[in-house]
Design a protein around this ligand. Structure first.
Ligand code: NAD
Length: 503
């Protein structure tokens, strides 16, 4: 066991046997081998060691999964399943997640690198709560009625109404940062709406999605309603995006891939929802309570090792409190306990992959090259795993790549501002618009800033707070559409207008 590696003897017997068996694809209710006959390795980010292998699906497997999903949708039984039954099955799935929460949290921590304590306290409860919240929408999908005034048929009478219908077969493509939560954010609304789904997890983190496949079967979902396939984005993801029999792509991932999916989907006019990258601003006004601000800023950037789309990575602090706040953040960042995910004392784990660690290290080097002042961290730890220290740069500016580009790692860039007008200008000076936060004790100032920030979420005196009821999604290049809240149901339904003439 290398320095800072997970102690795998601590794994539950369920997880040990899950990993001992190479994983298969879940298609049409069966666990099958990929037609390619190929597999790929899955690594423990704390050690870089292979922990199991997953199947390399090919476009032929996408065809198989689409056929199963189409059959369950077009012919049945899913299209004939009542809303109440869909609601019951989603509740059953949430109960199974709860029953196996400890094992799932351990698997998520092992696969992604995140602290087990966080997987237990955040990823599992959020996933379970979300499934329960969204299950209820299955029985609450409704249209509206209309009284018409058709100018060219004044004597006729019409009964008019709208129906909301499922969008059809959904292809869901998800990233590696919160693999379980991202999976249920797609599965929940798709199934509640009456869609069938093909889910492709990221190659770095396929494990909890595959475990969900087992729980879907145990919950009693009919064959073909949920299909889970693993493989590369460039091959499997692209085959899904271009598949003529998939009606909608629900994608969470980078803005670059999201843009390319948007362009390709235009060929078939597939429905798309895109949850993409961010570079979220954190504005600290000079009346902020530092006892609230310091932990809020730290959670905003270092939670999940900075691998959060909404990470508060651009810090703007009003000049008079810049020095004391930076001193407090430096001290707090240096005391964060970095270690392997399965160690319950760990506060920040390794990055998900060697590639991601390299990318972040390159960004840190570019910050130094471009003249930013390093306040804390900045080093990749000398360990077999993919560790980077919690890093803070001071005196950054908007010409720097570390301020403009999404790093998706534990790197905070800070700079001072003079007044509210400048803070708004700086906050909005980004192609992204996913989230933001304001720290202040003055409600008038908060109310002035909130509408001025171009972002899908404004947190006040907090950051990275999620709830199933609150819609989440991006302005500008951070995406199209919303996850969670009742808004997400619009992403998985079409509206049909019905107009009936009567005598
Ligand atoms: P990524 O775009 O590289 O990959 C995301 C998924 O897309 C993976 O499953 C991948 O296999 C697949 N993929 C890759 N290339 C593809 C292609 N050409 N066609 C189809 N599918 C393809 O992103 P990532 O590095 O896995 O995740 C990090 C990104 O995700 C960050 O930019 C982050 O901000 C974003 N993210 C956004 C949200 C949100 O809700 N807005 C949430 C989590 C992560």
């Amino acid at each position: 066991m290398g320095i800072l590696s997970n102690d795998l003897s601590a794994l539950s017997s369920k997880n040990k046997s899950f990993l001992a068996d190479n994983r298969r694809l879940f298609i049409g209710g069966q666990w099958v081998e990929a037609t390619s006959g190929q597999t790929f390795p899955v690594y423990d980010p704390s050690s870089g060691l292979e922990i199991t292998r997953a199947q390399s699906a090919s476009p032929a497997d996408v065809d198989r999964a689409v056929a199963a999903a189409r059959q369950a949708y077009d012919v049945g039984p899913w299209s004939k399943t009542s809303p109440a039954e869909r609601e019951r099955l989603l509740w059953r799935l949430s109960d199974l997640l709860e029953k196996h929460a400890d094992d799932l949290a351990q698997l998520e921590s092992l696969d992604n690198g995140k602290p087990l304590a966080h997987a237990r306290a955040i990823d599992l409860p959020l996933s379970i709560n979300f499934l329960r919240y969204i299950a209820g929408f299955a029985t609450k999908i409704h249209g509206r009625t209309f009284d018409l005034s058709v100018p060219y048929a004044p004597a006729a009478r019409f009964s008019a109404y709208t129906r909301k219908e499922p969008v059809g077969v959904v292809g869901a493509i998800i990233p590696w940062n919160m693999p379980l939560l991202m999976a249920v954010w797609k599965l929940g609304p798709a199934l509640a709406a009456g869609c069938t789904i093909i889910l492709k997890p990221a190659s770095d983190t396929p494990l909890t999605a595959l475990r969900i496949g087992e729980l879907v079967a145990e919950a009693g979902f009919p064959e073909g309603v949920v299909n889970i396939i693993t493989g590369s984005g460039g091959m499997v993801g692209a085959a899904m995006v271009n598949h003529p029999s998939i009606d909608k792509i629900a994608f969470t991932g980078s803005t670059a891939v999201g843009k390319s999916i948007g362009r390709q989907s235009a060929n078939t006019m597939k429905r798309i929802s895109l949850e993409l990258g961010g570079k979220s601003p954190v504005i600290v006004l000079d009346d902020a309570d530092l006892n609230v601000t310091v932990p809020g800023v730290l959670l905003g950037i270092f939670a999940n090792c900075g691998q959060v789309c909404a990470a508060g990575s651009r810090l703007y602090v009003q000049k008079s409190i810049y020095e004391p706040l930076m001193a407090a953040l430096e001290q707090a960042a240096k005391s964060i306990k970095v270690g392997p995910g399965l160690d319950l004392a760990t506060e920040m784990g390794p990055m998900v992959s060697a590639t991601q660690r390299r990318t972040v290290a390159e960004y840190i080097a570019s910050g130094l090259d471009e003249g930013a002042e390093l306040v804390a961290g900045g080093r990749a730890l000398e360990a077999d795993g993919y560790y980077i220290e919690p890093t803070i740069f001071s005196n950054t500016n908007h010409a720097m790549r570390i301020v403009q580009e999404e790093i998706f790692g534990p790197v905070l860039s800070a700079q001072p501002f003079n007044d509210e007008e400048e803070a708004i200008k700086l906050a909005n000076h980004s192609p992204f618009g996913l989230a933001s936060s304001i720290y202040s004790t003055n409600n008038n100032r908060i109310q002035r800033l909130t509408p001025a920030i171009k972002a899908g979420t404004v947190w006040v005196n907090c950051h990275n707070i999620f709830d199933p009821a609150l819609p989440f999604g991006g302005y500008k290049e951070s995406g199209i559409g919303r996850e969670m809240g009742e808004e997400v149901m619009n992403m998985y339904t079409e509206v049909k207008s019905v107009c009936m003439a009567y005598g």
